[in-house]
Structures are given as C-alpha cells and as structure tokens.
Write a protein that binds this ligand. Structure first.
Ligand code: XIL
Length: 369
C-alpha cells in the first residue's frame, strides 16, 4: 500500500517534471534536434511515396549559390517559376521564341538530377503586351496551338509534367483570360489536346488557385474536371496551388471538406499535386518568432490534411527561403509594419524554421500512399 502510494507519488512527480521539461523543450527546442531535421525534405516525402519539389526564380538560382544548393539538395522536383510563361518566351508578336532563360532553368535543374515541371501555357497574367493588338478570334487557336506544340516538343524528355492551364475556373464563372475572351471555354480542351499531341507521355495538369479555403471553388473545379473527362480531354492531375495566408486559413479552412474534395478528385482517377505552397504572414501582427509559429501551424494543418489522401503525389513550395519569396515583391501582401514576410520553411540565412520542422513532421506522419 505504502509502496503503491509512494510509487504513485513518484510517478506523479516524474510525470509533472516530465511535462514541464517537455513543454520547455518544445518551445525552445533547436531545430537540429527536431524529427526529420537531419533528413532532406525529398527523403522525408519519399517515405510516404511522394515527391517534394520547389519552384524557384532563375535569378537567385544563378546568383546565390547557397540558395541553389539548398534547393537542389532538398527538392526532387523543380518548377521554373517564370521562364516558361508567355511573357518570357514570346517577347515579340512574331514566331520568334526566346528560349535562353528557360533552357538555363531546365538545365540547372536537370544537372542537379531534379525532375522538371513546366508552368504554364494559359494564364490571365504574365502575358506579353502584344496580345492586346495581335491576338484575334481568327488566329488565337492557331497561335496557342503553335506555342504549345513548339514549347512542349522542345522539352520532350526533359519536362515530364505540365501545368497546361493555370487558374481557369472561379466559383461562379471561368476566370477572364485572353484565351477565354477569344476562344470561349473550349480553350481549355484545346490546350490539353495540343499538349498531349506534342508529348503523349507527359503528365497534364489543371493548376487551380484558392481552392483550399473555398468550397464553392472546389465544387466548380470538380464540375469542370468531370466535364473535361466526359469530353475525353487528356487531363491527368489537378494542381492545388496552396498560396495560403494565416488569417484566412484559420478562419476558413475546413479540413474535412478539403479532404473530401481531394478524395473526389482522386475518385475521378486523377492525381493531385500541391503545386505552389507558401503561407503569407501579411495579415498576422507580432514578432517574427510569433509569426513563424503561426505560419508553421498552417503548414502542419494543411499538410496533415492533404497527405492523408493517397491522391496527393507531390508537394511543391513556391520558393524555399523567405529571402527569395516572390510574395515580398507583391504589393498585395505588404505588411502594415513594413516588416519582411516570412512565408517559407527557411529564413533569410537559409536556416530551417518551425515551418520546415512541421513539414518534416507531417511527412513523417503521412500514411504511405
Ligand atoms: C508569380 C511569380 O512567383 C512571380 O515571380 C511573378 O512576378 C508573377 O508570377 N500563381 C501562379 C504563379 O500560378 O505563376 C505565380 O508566380 C504566383 C501565383
């Protein structure tokens, strides 16, 4: 009895002490000791049968060798961030293609052994200004088809997956793009068919935005995918971009709803790729440490949800370190206090942040697909 009481007391004391130590350690734990800290994100993702990737801008990949090393060490997949967009490839209203930067981006990634994803053939943005005066109802289908054929053919065997159509569907109507204005909704079918024709073995992706927190957008995209598949359009996967922001995510993300959506996409026979993950803290007040924790929580919840679905095959972040985040240059995401954003797994000195730790932990927890 005494013994039992004593051992109970000891257990309680140990438990209490253990908890206190645990809590202190969790708050101050150096990331080097965090689960998965000694493994690359690509290795961690591979454990559940998935690929981890990064999209980076070519500038820092060439001018900042430490960043290039970080990207090529952590990633298995690489998406050139801007070099395959119309504005980069087609500066003039002629049949001239400016392939220099795209070739370099693809080569840098392939030299490092990474698989390359192409991004993108139709979008509302990053189009050359000559579209306005030179693209017409009568030439648009030919111009789009020629472009897709030329670019896809050039990179056949080097780019195995394409974001063919980017941001096409909104909750109530299709997103306005030059292609929608001139060709109507069938531009989507045309783009997928042209890509398939030029590279029958490439994975063809519909890459959509703002899906994560919007059931209405999820429904619209599901309907669109069903329509495409019914018409025999060669689409193989959905890209869910996942440009998340802390407050919006906290208020509107519904894990069960989003998971059910991913499941339904999977049930259509399609893969799902998380194509552009980052988490802005433009709408969170507080110290960098406080914001890092808020951002990390979003990574955790989002990835735990997405990785529970076997349809999800890849997770790609849009940049990898805060220092080079595109969000820092977009006035829509400026912070009121003027502080730089901290949306990515690594900071300005390429040190792993809590977001990296949560990504690693989510990959470790993810069921094998
Ligand atoms: C962004 C790039 O990151 C910027 O560098 C560029 O100035 C504009 O485009 N959704 C997309 C991406 O599909 O192509 C966008 O990339 C980010 C939002």
């Amino acid at each position: 009895m005494t013994l039992t009481r004593r051992s109970l007391l000891r257990a309680a004391a140990l438990g209490g002490a253990g908890l206190a130590v645990g809590a202190r350690t969790a708050a101050a734990r150096p990331l080097v000791g965090a689960p998965g800290a000694d493994q690359t994100l690509r290795a961690l993702a591979a454990r559940s049968g998935r690929a981890f990737g990064v999209s980076a801008q070519l500038g820092p990949m060439l001018s900042d060798p430490a960043y290039a090393t970080l990207v090529t060490t952590q990633a298995r997949v690489f998406t050139p961030q801007n070099e395959l967009k119309w504005v980069a490839l087609r500066p003039t209203p002629t049949e001239h293609y400016s392939f220099g930067a795209a070739d370099t981006a693809v080569r840098v990634a392939r030299d490092a052994g990474l698989a390359v994803r192409g991004h993108c053939f139709t979008w509302a943005n990053s189009n050359p200004s000559w579209f306005k005066d030179n693209l017409t109802r009568s030439n648009a289908a030919r111009v789009l088809t020629d472009h897709i054929t030329t670019v896809t053919t050039r990179y056949r065997g080097q780019i195995a997956s394409w974001d063919v159509v980017n941001e096409a569907y909104g909750p109530v109507a299709m997103t306005p793009t030059p292609w929608l204005a001139l060709l109507g909704p069938r531009y989507v079918d045309l783009a997928f068919r042209a890509t398939r024709e030029a590279d029958p073995s490439a994975q063809l992706v519909l890459n959509e935005h703002q899906l994560e927190c919007s059931p209405a957008r999820q429904r619209a995209v599901l309907r669109a995918l069903e329509g495409l598949l019914d018409r025999g359009v060669p689409v193989h996967a959905l890209g869910t971009q996942a440009h998340l922001s802390v407050r919006q995510f906290e208020r509107h993300f519904n894990p069960r709803g989003y998971r059910a959506f991913l499941r339904e996409v999977g049930d259509l026979g399609l893969d799902v790729l998380v194509t552009e993950l980052d988490v802005t803290d433009h709408d969170v007040a507080g110290s960098p440490a406080h914001r890092d924790r808020a951002v990390a929580r979003v990574y955790r919840t989002f990835l735990d949800t997405a990785l529970a679905e076997p349809a999800v095959t890849q997770v790609i972040t849009w940049d990898l370190a805060d220092k080079h985040s595109w969000l820092r240059h977009d006035p829509r995401f400026e912070r009121e206090d003027g502080e730089p954003l901290r949306p990515l797994p690594y900071d300005d000195a390429f040190t792993a942040k809590s977001a990296r730790h949560e990504m690693a932990a989510a990959f470790l927890r993810a069921p094998r697909r």
